[in-house]
Design a protein around this ligand. Structure first.
Ligand code: AGP
Length: 609
């Protein structure tokens, strides 16, 4: 996804902008640019990585203390210098960067061409630049009027930062559905698509809401609503510190975040459990409401969807409430029929995933209560859901989620146990036992990291050139195999599939041949023998088997490489079996010499549909 940054203050803007863009690289991009305002506005853009932009300005004397910057993840128009942001209006009076998609840009281009505007790029963004210019010149009511008229006229998503030629020392911003955060300190004001880009400068931030605008001056920020009235915004404090957004000695963010899992699982548990008592009620949801839900819908994308698949097994088994799990991009367009007494749970690390945000809005439009399980405080989904349960994973920089995934699982276990308690589906004794075992998970996760990492690192090179991989399991082992498969695919580019072990014989087993890699997850006592039989079936067809099993289940005879994880309550195994799956994906990718933190074509947060 695109990233935008801005600075207006006492210091030179260029280094602050470049540093901020570096912190946003994890969002995925294919070109970059900055605009620095000194006497004039100077624009510099380059295709490819940030280093190309840095080379372009290396010999420039850029003393301007106001500027905006952008990393572009192409949606309209190929990756090129011409399509890179910032974009300018025809006479250069408006300069703009944008994250999002303008859905009605064709009609807007036609309108503007009738008013003699010309377009030099293939982007939708250029429309915004000229539309602001059009309103600014036509109504002569200043920047906020031009921006508000543009917002009213535009359909789609945007976080924009704008420089007006005849408004020096001001950066104007506006947003709808794309993320933006605004910071301030004694040296000036800052804007960014995400926290890591400004955390080095300040923890004091404003969250700008949809269809709001703001003017960043050197010493203050003025906010406006869509009518152009000034509005007050509360200055908030970010709880993260910058080290959390740095590698701290690890080679990559992904391996750092895999190793942070014990700590952040513990933090998340401690945030909701105190002295063997669960408290999720600070979210605002009540026991009465939890008791009243007749149906639960879990809606998410990617790995967050896989958390939902795991959660379905746990929630239904413990609470006896029917649970449906849906992919957000399907849910939002299939005109879902929702139970008025239902609860829609949206899971999202970023809280900005466009499809998940749209699913939330679909649920709300039907008057259904919504609960969000989110990692980024103040994100769009967090702000629009009725209730929010935050994961305490801290900033997750690697595109492939690991620690956020694990903390989302923990929040679901806690939710399921609490609902089971208030619906009297478990005894007080069960409740305590589940909580006590849950509190062991961080230590068992640490045990796995300390004892299995080396072996996985060694075996990984054997598979780094495999063409296909199959992940199989039953029940929760099937659910977590989905995540194992996606982890491998998204960072190593090796094709993989997750399959319900019992489903293999209905077709897919025909793909198994000599040395096909099959990773079998075997932790669920009620079905493990059947999974072992399925492993025997693929073994007899030549498969190479990596077995990941609970310590009370022996898969060594059937596995070419067996990994044992500590015993735990059946519901909690995904939190343990996911760790070897993450390590397998990571070390195979490293062996393939790929950029494991920033995989090709991927973005950390998919804020466009
Ligand atoms: C997972 O490793 C991927 N980065 C991706 O599937 C991700 O889980 C998905 O895009 C959802 O993102 P969200 O949790 O921020 O909504």
């Amino acid at each position: 996804m695109c990233g935008i940054v801005g600075y207006n203050g006492k210091n030179k803007a260029v280094n602050i902008l470049l540093d901020g863009l570096e912190k946003l690289e994890y969002r995925g991009y294919d070109s970059a640019g900055i605009a620095i305002r000194d006497k004039e506005i100077e624009i510099f853009k380059a295709k490819g990585k940030l280093v190309n932009l840095k080379d372009k300005i290396a010999d420039k004397e850029l003393n301007g203390t106001c500027g905006i910057g952008h990393t572009r993840w192409a949606t309209h128009g190929e990756p090129s210098e011409n399509n890179a942001h910032p974009h300018s209006s025809n006479d250069g009076s408006i300069t703009l960067v944008h994250n999002g998609i303008i859905e009605n840009y064709h009609e807007l281009i036609d309108k503007l061409k009738k008013h003699k505007y010309k377009f030099y790029s293939d982007t939708d963004t250029e429309v915004l630049t000229n539309l602001i210019d059009y309103y600014y010149k036509k109504y002569k009511m200043g920047p906020i009027d031009a921006i508000n008229r543009t917002m009213v006229r535009t359909r789609g998503s945007y976080a924009i930062a704008v420089l007006f030629k005849d408004h020096p020392d001001e950066i104007w911003v506006a947003r709808k559905d794309s993320p933006m955060i605004i910071g301030t300190n004694k040296d000036g004001t800052y804007l960014s698509s995400d926290v890591p880009a400004i955390l080095k400068y300040t923890k004091k931030v404003y969250y700008i809401d949809n269809l709001e605008a703001a003017c960043l001056k050197k010493d203050k920020v003025i906010f406006y609503n869509l009518n152009g009235d000034e509005i007050e915004k509360e200055l908030k404090e970010i709880k993260w510190d910058i080290s959390a957004a740095e590698k701290e000695g690890y080679e990559h963010f992904m391996i750092k975040e895999i190793n942070e899992q014990p700590e952040v699982i513990k933090k998340t548990i401690n945030n909701y459990i105190y002295k063997n008592k669960i408290d999720i009620y600070k979210s605002g949801i009540t026991e009465e409401e939890l008791k009243s839900f007749k149906q639960i819908y879990i809606v998410a994308c990617g790995s967050a969807y896989h958390v939902g698949v795991c959660a379905q097994y746990v929630l239904e088994d413990l609470t006896r409430i029917p649970v449906r799990v849906e992919i957000a991009s399907e849910f939002r367009y299939r005109r879902p029929i929702l139970d008025k007494k239902g609860l829609v749970i949206i899971i999202s690390q970023s809280g900005e995933t466009a499809d998940s945000l749209a699913a939330l809005r679909e649920a709300k439009s039907q008057g259904i209560k919504t609960l969000a399980i989110i990692n980024v405080v103040g994100s769009s989904i967090a702000r629009e859901a009725d209730y929010v349960l935050y994961t305490l994973a801290g900033p997750e920089i690697a595109v492939a989620t690991t620690k956020a995934f694990s903390t989302q699982l923990i929040v679901f276990y806690i939710l399921a146990i609490e609902i089971a308690r208030i619906k009297k589906k478990i005894t007080e004794r069960n409740y305590i036992e589940l909580i006590e075992e849950l509190e062991n998970i961080p230590y068992k996760a640490k045990y796995i990291l300390d004892n299995l990492t080396r072996g996985i690192q060694k075996i990984a090179s054997k598979f780094s050139h495999t063409k296909d991989a199959f992940y199989i399991g039953r029940n929760l082992d099937y659910a977590i195999s989905l995540e194992g498969s996606l982890k491998l695919k998204e960072v190593s580019y090796i094709h993989s599939e997750a399959y319900a072990a019992g489903e293999l014989k209905h077709g897919t087993i025909s793909l198994i041949e000599d040395n096909t890699l099959v990773i079998g997850i075997v932790t669920q006592e009620e079905v493990y023998e059947k999974t072992i039989s399925n492993l025997v079936e693929v073994k007899s067809r030549g498969a190479y088997i990596i077995g990941i099993a609970a310590e009370n289940i022996d898969v060594s005879k059937i596995s070419d490489f067996a990994l044992t994880i500590p015993k735990t309550n059946k519901y909690f195994y995904p939190s343990l079996s996911v760790i070897p799956l993450q390590l397998i994906a990571y070390y195979i990718t490293i062996d393939r010499g790929l950029d494991v933190d920033k995989p090709r074509n991927l973005a950390k947060s998919v804020t466009v549909e």
